[in-house]
Write a protein that binds this ligand. Structure first.
Ligand SMILES: *Cc1c(COP(=O)(O)O)cnc(C)c1O
Length: 354
């Protein structure tokens, strides 16, 4: 490639997703998917899909789907925005709401995609360090900025902040948009802050069907905000790609959203297995962050967690390790089934006894 050609091309450092290994007997605990299949209603709906409908562009209003989401989280249908996974929704939010010369704020240890979008859209940013115990420095977010994005529970720590502390950040920043990324909120005790979109016109709450709804494959995410912000988001989407929720996704997300019983059963099982995993790791000498999500973040003194990560991979067990400051001796382990987690614990024990 010649240099004149090369200088016209974008030069970016992209987000690196976890591996998607395939194969017999592989235990995949590296991308926070659910170990359980989607609701049986999803399977029923798939069987009954009228395939001729697929010749048409999708419905881009999706009123019934917005109503179900609204009912589940206590907001109105006109306070809902839908997208192709919450990564897309978050990216559109960055474009729509972070348009200042002042830096956008997010924690130093957090979802690594925020930095990538900031770079992609040329948005200045500043990282606010978490405290030593990886809890949020609430005060650090009480200053003027170009906007704020915080996941609650946080990733990859799994730690959940009190809703009153999150509200303090929202009410203390009425001049900028505060995005709360609730990818893991269904696994926490605290519940969602979504109802507050009625109270604060600067709050955006983002959620996904990839984790607690067992539907990472359909790519469905959404945001709650007051109708004024929703209209701006729709404007940004319609300046890029109008049809981000495809016909199949719309149908399957609707069915999943209506099946509260199955959803609660899966979340309940994951919470139970999470308690078991945290207890076993503690017994093996790990320091375990208190998790409110479907993964556990842990470290062990005098042990190379990177070496353990490589060892587990050799055993066909995939977990996540980040080569980042402050957390490069931690592992992030997705909560799988009880059977998967016992196999993991057996392998870790074997590694430690070598
Ligand atoms: C998984 C995750 C997302 C992205 O979810 P998708 O809806 O699958 O795009 C967003 N934010 C956080 C913090 C996540 O962990």
């Amino acid at each position: 490639m010649n240099s004149r050609l090369k200088e016209k091309l974008i030069d970016i450092e992209p987000y690196v997703p976890g591996e998607q290994p395939k194969g017999e007997g592989i235990i995949k605990l590296n991308t926070n998917e659910s170990p359980y299949p989607p609701s049986p209603r999803v399977s029923e709906a798939l069987k009954n899909i009228n395939y001729t409908e697929l010749k048409l562009y999708p419905d881009f209003v999706c009123t019934e789907l917005k109503e179900v989401l609204g009912e589940n989280y206590g907001v109105r249908a006109d306070e809902v925005f839908l997208g192709n996974g919450s990564d897309e929704v978050l990216a559109l939010c960055f474009k729509a709401f972070f348009n200042s010369d002042m830096p956008v704020l997010f924690p130093d240890i957090t979802y690594s995609f925020y930095k990538v979008w900031a770079g992609f859209f040329n948005i200045p940013y500043e990282e606010v360090p978490l405290r030593r115990d990886f809890t949020l420095d609430t005060e650090g977010f009480l200053r003027s900025s170009g906007g704020i994005v915080i996941p609650n529970p946080n990733a990859p720590t799994g730690i959940c902040e009190r809703l009153s502390d999150i509200e303090k950040i929202i009410s203390g920043n009425r001049d900028s948009v505060v995005i709360i990324d609730e990818a893991y909120v269904d696994f926490s005790d605290n519940g969602s802050i979504a109802r507050l979109v009625n109270k604060y016109d600067n709050l955006v709450v983002v959620q996904t069907y990839s984790k607690s709804r067992n539907l990472a494959g359909i790519r469905f995410g959404y945001a709650f905000a007051n109708p004024g912000l929703i209209r701006i988001l729709e404007g940004v989407r319609n300046s890029f790609n109008s049809y981000t929720v495809n016909t199949l996704t719309k149908i399957l997300a609707y069915e999943s959203g209506r099946d509260r019983g199955y959803f609660e059963m899966c979340v309940g099982k994951i919470r139970k297995t999470r308690a078991y995993l945290m207890e076993e790791l503690s017994e093996l000498g790990f320091d375990v962050c208190p998790s409110s999500s479907n993964f556990v973040f842990a470290t062990r003194a005098d042990t190379s967690c990177k070496a353990l990560f490589e060892y587990l991979k050799g055993e066909g067990i995939y977990v996540r390790h980040f080569d980042s400051p402050r957390i490069d001796n931690y592992l992030r382990i997705t909560v799988g089934t009880d059977r998967e987690i016992s196999a993991l614990i057996d392998s870790i024990r074997h590694f430690l006894n070598k």
